[in-house]
Ligand binder design. Structure first.
Ligand SMILES: [Zn+2]
Length: 298
């Protein structure tokens, strides 16, 4: 993919936006996880299926690995965020934090921020140990988003646009949505063991997609502490790309490409069509439109 095309696929930061990078830290490398060449595609498809995952229970027991110390990712401007993955994640995080700190009080809820830990290989969390195979996830007990950046590299090389910069920011926004669900109590009392097109798990995931759309819709109005908008206005083409990313991670699409058949009763995140529809609902209507738990039809 050419650099120019890649650039278009991202939401574009204003070059002189100043990004507060304090919410993102990189955890020191652990011993790498070796993946055999033959297994790469299967692993890649599995990873794609987890692209916007929340994993509340399924992490390996883990523990005992040598974790390096967390490191700051340094300073970033909008210009850096357009070119560099860590800065792009930090830019999305700063914009999301600004958005939800303004938005949530209008719903009578108190906001507190989350943090993002970037890692490669494996990581210890309050939800257990995780490897690259888990994909990006939010861990409610430590209120932290974990993103394996080697997973992003894999996504981009395997899946092109569906794994490009826009998908990277969509992942951050979706996982931030899970944080909002956690601190507002939406996650309490859900039955996340059941699967299927109208299950609590699917409703939770579609709502996180909707929250991501709400942020994308508001993003050009969000400003850094100097009053500079973080992001340039979103183009129709970028919205089409976001929908393409949402479509690529629909349970039906993933089942079809991995097993050749669609089994709705096993869905955990919703179909391609559902994921696109709820993203657009948030984009056009804001968080108010994200009532997936009340909706009769998803
Ligand atoms: Zn999710």
């Amino acid at each position: 993919m050419s650099a120019a095309r890649e650039y278009r696929m991202a939401m574009t930061f204003n070059d002189n936006a100043r990004i507060d990078t304090s919410k993102v830290r990189r955890r020191g490398r652990t011993t790498g996880i070796a993946v055999g060449g033959g297994g790469l595609l299967v692993v890649g498809l599995f990873l794609l299926s987890q692209l916007l995952g929340v994993d509340l229970t399924g992490l390996a027991g883990g523990g005992g690995q040598q974790q390096g110390p967390d490191q700051s990712i340094g300073e970033c401007t909008g210009l850096d965020a357009n070119a560099d993955l860590d800065c792009r994640i930090a830019g999305a995080a700063d914009s999301l934090d600004t958005y939800w700190s303004e938005e949530l009080p209008t719903f009578g809820a108190e906001y507190r921020t989350t943090g993002i830990v970037l890692f490669e290989g494996s990581v210890d969390t309050a939800c257990g140990g995780a490897t690259s195979a888990v994909g990006p996830f939010y861990c409610p007990p430590d209120e932290t988003i974990y993103i394996d950046t080697s997973f992003y590299d894999e996504l981009q090389s395997r899946f092109g646009s569906s794994g490009g910069p826009l998908a990277q920011m969509y992942v951050v926004a979706h996982e931030w949505g899970h944080h909002i669900q956690n601190i507002t109590g939406i996650m309490d009392g859900l039955n996340l063991q059941d699967t299927g097109p109208a299950s609590d798990a699917v409703r939770l995931e579609l709502q996180a997609d909707c929250f991501a759309g709400a942020w994308v819709g508001a993003a050009p109005q969000l400003r850094d502490d100097q009053g500079v908008a973080f992001l340039e206005p979103v183009t129709q083409q970028q919205i089409a790309d976001a929908l393409s990313a949402a479509s690529a991670v629909g349970d039906d699409r993933i089942q079809e490409s991995t097993t050749g058949q669609v089994t709705p009763e096993a869905w955990t995140h919703g179909s391609s069509e559902q994921r696109q529809r709820w993203f657009v609902a948030g984009l056009e209507g804001g968080p108010n439109a994200c009532s997936t738990f009340e909706a009769e039809s998803l």
